[in-house]
Design a protein around this ligand. Structure first.
Ligand code: HH2
Length: 266
């Protein structure tokens, strides 16, 4: 899954693809690089990001999704917590609603997901985007994230979302201490995969990588760590990785897969 943020303020690519032509060109690049899914986002979820009104978010993502759906068979996902944005995006051709609040943001989130009938990504987050990094606390991060995700999947199914539409995501960096929580979660991904739903992993360029590599590496200098996390995800059996550097990730996954297959054949 290639990340396409059409926002002025996303943590790693904010402002780069805010114009329509720049966004389309980046989408084509991600597809040529091997992305199977494009994740289009019109509101940054980084700590302290300014909230965006639904109308403004729709204006950012809807025309782009419509243009992309007309020219590519690659699946399009919309990264939003707002039902109105999800509705507009699916009407424009999106096939997946990626919701970092796991359908908790609005009272009609669950019913909207059921009515749309699209795939939904239910992501774990402790707290709210604005304050989630202030003081995250867990007694057992892997168990608590797993319990939350199961509860949200059950809530979605009770509201009418089909089981086969549901993806789970541990939410790396969302209300998680840089290393004390993100690392056990990455190391325990097999327990999230064992819940029986396809798992999406988004670790690309996140701060824990900078923290493990001297402390101050900016987002654009975290490719090596992003690849390491993607391969850890592959080893645990995740269904997809949400990444900024599609070309490099596809290459890493191809080599990793070839080695794994040769190992089991020999
Ligand atoms: N991470 C980000 C945004 N959306 N969605 C899912 N399902 N999983 C993630 O890990 C995830 C996500 C944050 O990254 P990015 O989009 O690059 O930044 P921003 O939130 O600042 O737009």
């Amino acid at each position: 899954m290639g990340v396409l943020n059409v926002t002025p303020d996303s943590f790693s690519d904010g402002g780069h693809f805010a114009g329509r032509e720049a966004a389309l060109a980046q989408a084509r690049r991600l597809i040529a690089d091997g992305a199977d899914i494009l994740d289009v986002g019109g509101e940054s979820t980084r700590p302290g990001a300014a909230p965006v009104a639904a109308a403004e978010e729709i204006a950012r993502v809807e025309p782009l999704i419509r243009a992309l759906a007309a020219e590519t068979a690659v699946r399009i996902s919309v990264d939003t917590m707002k039902p109105a944005v999800a509705r507009a995006a699916v009407a424009a051709g999106a096939a997946i609603w990626n919701d970092v609040t796991a359908l908790r943001h609005a009272p009609d989130s669950l019913a909207t997901a059921a009515a749309l009938g699209c795939d939904v990504v239910l992501m774990h987050m402790q707290g709210e985007p604005g304050t989630m990094q202030a003081e995250p606390h867990y007694d057992d991060v892997v168990s608590q994230v797993a319990e939350f995700l199961v509860a949200r999947a059950e809530a979605a199914m009770a509201a009418g979302v089909l089981r086969e539409r549901i993806w789970l995501d541990p939410g790396i960096g969302f209300g998680k201490h840089m290393t004390a929580h993100n690392l056990p979660l990455l190391g325990g991904l097999d327990r999230i995969v064992a819940l029986g739903f396809p798992v999406l992993l988004g670790a690309s360029r996140k701060s824990f990588i900078g923290a493990l590599d001297g402390g101050s590496r900016p987002a654009g200098e975290r490719l090596g760590g992003s690849l390491a996390a993607a391969l850890a995800g592959a080893a645990a059996g995740v269904a997809a990785v949400r990444v900024h550097d599609v070309r490099e990730t596809v290459q890493a996954l191809r080599v990793w897969t070839a080695i794994a297959q040769a190992g089991s054949a020999g």
